[in-house]
Write a protein that binds this ligand. Structure first.
Ligand SMILES: [Zn+2]
Length: 226
């Protein structure tokens, strides 16, 4: 699975920054070898066994948006390291050959991975829709009943004249002021204003928030969360 021929290459950034076409274009004799794009200074250096000037693992290919560029036919090769490389060929039929070869490579390398991701995403979407449906049906839950206790269920200190009892609105446990001093909005229980919750529930809320943030960074398109 290999393809060889001339490519003109330039970085996407240099293309955006440069008004004058041509100055930053480099002619390379390129070889597509499996998922790797190797570029040589010329055909002779390939034949004589020189090391390629650069090599990059191809993970995607896309036609360049021709509306933005006059009179050139280009495509973008996305590589694992170093960002996208903008390539062009001397004629369009040559370009189509390159794109076809790269797409063929991708179908056998990252193709199965993309199919797997598609399954994960469609499952996640179905789950999200189901949850939204449930939320519409019973959008407010009853808060837990305040529990009776003579002592703080966190510190064990006895309630009395000097120690008041508070109930965590999130879990209902009876706590002293020290163990139940955080306030948070609990929309799932229909409260608009912040309510007092215990340290355990506060920590759980923080962990949930962190998990959401990390998930959002990993899968930015998934927000709001499934
Ligand atoms: Zn609690």
């Amino acid at each position: 699975m290999s393809h060889a021929g001339w490519l003109q290459k330039r970085s996407a950034e240099s293309f955006h920054n440069s008004e004058s076409h041509g100055s930053s274009v480099i002619n390379r004799y390129c070889v597509l070898c499996g998922p790797f794009l190797l570029d040589f200074i010329d055909k002779v250096s390939l034949i004589s066994g020189h090391a390629p000037k650069r090599e990059a693992e191809v993970i995607g290919v896309a036609p360049w948006d021709e509306n933005n560029i006059k009179n050139v036919k280009m495509f973008i090769v996305m590589t694992k390291f170093g960002g996208p490389i903008v390539c062009t060929t001397l004629d369009t039929s040559n370009r189509d050959e390159w794109m076809a070869s790269i797409q063929q490579v991708l179908s056998s390398t990252i193709g199965p991975l993309l199919e797997e991701l598609e399954v994960v995403w469609s499952e996640s979407l179905a789950k999200k829709q189901q949850q939204q449906h449930q939320q519409q049906q019973n959008f407010v839950m009853d808060p837990p009943q305040p529990l009776e206790s003579d002592t703080c269920q966190r510190t064990g200190a006895p309630f009395g004249i000097t120690l008041s009892r508070y109930n965590c609105v999130s879990c209902g446990d009876a706590c002293c002021y020290e163990a139940c001093s955080q306030e948070i909005t609990l929309v799932q229980y229909g409260f608009e204003s912040p309510k007092r919750i215990c340290d355990d529930c506060y920590l759980a809320q923080l962990l949930l928030l962190h998990t959401k943030v990390i998930y959002f960074i990993l899968f930015p398109n998934s927000y709001p969360l499934p």
